[in-house]
Design a protein. Structure first.
Length: 263
């Protein structure tokens, strides 16, 4: 039995690439796509080539195609509507859209519990980015101070990035006490970034960038820099494919690809 999958945000930068990647997987069948921009889209090459008429009506598409999994790469303002419709109708979710809050995470957890199905929510599906978060967690045990710089393309709508927030969360768990020794009031210096947990995050948005994260640790006499660069959106695709397969085995919500990879 193939995993019947639909994509919300199919006409977007990520949606198109995810569609193409899924079209090449023999155990996954892409059965439809939703986007606010209604379009005909062709994905894949050779025998895997398939053509889709992207629709704007998610409930109608679900009724017609009976999907097992919905993959969402849309917008922070849209994602929860899609996830609610899917989970309440017994369709598992793989959520790549970022900008969700703790309240949204709680709601997804509860919807999965009520409907006894799985969801995977990950701010970054690149394997290297997952490793960066874990390395930062380890380094955080040994360094009293750190700051995160995240750099993305200029079309990204949320800041700080979900990956930077998740990295800060990992760092707070491994070293939960506030550690910055700064003499002046930070409120008077917005250039010092946003305080999240025990670290500060600086967000850069420029054309030409894709997704880049740098965690700089400092202690007397030394610094440690951990950096990950997504040079193209191809970096996210293997993680999405893993999540589509793994979400079929889950009866609860999982937050982060690290849980599935056992990193
Ligand atoms: P994009 O703007 O290129 O694409 C988003 C698409 O979603 C658009 O085509 C838009 O029309 C569509 N859309 C918006 N609301 C919709 C709705 N209600 N129903 C259906 N379609 C809708 O954006 P993008 O660069 O593809 O990024 C999408 C999201 O994915 C962002 O939140 C981004 O931060 C995130 N992202 C996550 C990862 C990851 O690894 N988790 C990687 C890259 C991007």
């Amino acid at each position: 039995m193939k995993i019947r999958t639909i994509i919300t945000g199919m006409a977007g930068r990520m949606g198109r690439q995810v569609a193409s990647a899924l079209a090449h997987e023999s155990d996954i069948q892409l059965v439809g796509g939703v986007d606010l921009k209604m379009q005909n889209i062709t994905f894949g090459t050779g025998e895997a080539e398939c053509r889709f008429k992207v629709t704007t009506d998610l409930p109608a598409l679900m009724a017609k195609t009976h999907p097992n999994v919905l993959v969402d790469f849309t917008h922070p303002a849209s994602v929860m509507d899609n996830v609610r419709i899917a989970l309440e109708n017994g369709v598992r979710c793989v959520v790549g859209t970022t900008g969700l809050s703790a309240v949204h995470f709680d709601e997804i957890r509860s919807l999965c519990q009520t409907n006894k199905i799985g969801a995977v929510v990950a701010p970054n599906f690149a394997i290297g980015a997952v490793l960066l978060m874990k390395f930062a967690e380890i380094a955080s045990r040994h360094f009293a101070s750190a700051e995160i710089i995240e750099m993305h393309h200029d079309k990204k709508v949320d800041a700080p990035s979900g990956t930077a927030l998740k990295t800060a969360e990992f760092m707070r768990h491994s070293h939960p006490t506030a550690r910055e020794e700064i003499a002046v009031s930070l409120e008077s210096q917005p250039a010092r970034g946003e305080e999240v947990g025990v670290t500060r995050i600086h967000s850069v948005r420029l054309p030409g960038l894709v997704a880049h994260h740098e965690v700089i640790f400092g202690r007397p006499g030394e610094t440690l820099t951990i950096r990950h660069d997504s040079l193209s959106r191809e970096s996210f695709l293997p993680g999405v494919v893993i999540a589509v397969r793994e979400v079929m085995k889950l009866d609860h919500a999982v937050f982060g690809l690290d849980v599935l990879l056992d990193i």
